[in-house]
Design a protein around this ligand. Structure first.
Ligand code: S3P
Length: 168
């Protein structure tokens, strides 16, 4: 198995970006956040893309972004929570890196995402949206090489666990 990249997947609010940045610092690797790269490329925000062109358009751009990012090596790549829904994205991640899924309890997720109201898929009743999407995606992250429940762990503990799981 190649560890040319370390790919973080997981539901919104599971800590992919925070953990990814810390992990990159710890290993001296580059950190890339696919959502941030996509926004930079498109010169607009994800919520604006959803609003103007709809989710399907965003998903097409997301797949292209992930494919382009994973053509390079030696990176920690944090992906958007829904990136795993497309088979082509899952295959690309598995082909080009060690994939770690971060999980968290609904309560921890709701707590973590409540400070950021910009996520298009969490508009409306936050608790209801999180529970519905978690149910729809309950097996979506199981394809990863390793799965870590972050609910009760600090960022440093998660980083150490990933390093151990991925043999880095
Ligand atoms: C999404 C998660 C978001 C972002 C977009 C859609 C999803 O990323 O890609 O709003 O479908 O779960 P984060 O997981 O970084 O919030």
């Amino acid at each position: 198995m190649t560890t040319s990249n370390l790919v973080l997947v997981g539901f919104m609010g599971t800590g992919k970006s925070t953990v990814g940045q810390k992990l990159a610092e710890r290993l001296g690797w580059t950190f890339q956040d696919s959502d941030a790269v996509l926004e930079e490329d498109q010169q607009t925000s994800i919520s604006e893309l959803f609003r103007q062109y709809g989710e399907a358009h965003f998903r097409t751009l997301e797949s292209k972004t992930i494919e382009n990012l994973l053509a390079r090596k030696g990176q920690i790549v944090a992906t958007g929570g829904g990136a795993v829904l497309a088979e082509e994205n899952r295959a690309c991640m598995l082909r080009n890196g060690f994939v770690v899924a971060l999980k968290a309890s609904p309560e921890a997720i709701i707590h973590r995402v409540s400070s950021d109201t910009s996520r298009p898929l969490l508009q409306g009743n936050l608790e209801e949206r999180v529970h519905t999407l978690l149910e729809q995606r309950k097996s979506a992250y199981d394809f990863a090489h390793a799965v870590i429940d972050t609910s009760e762990l600090t960022t440093d503990q998660i980083v150490e666990l990933i390093i151990r799981h991925a043999n880095l």
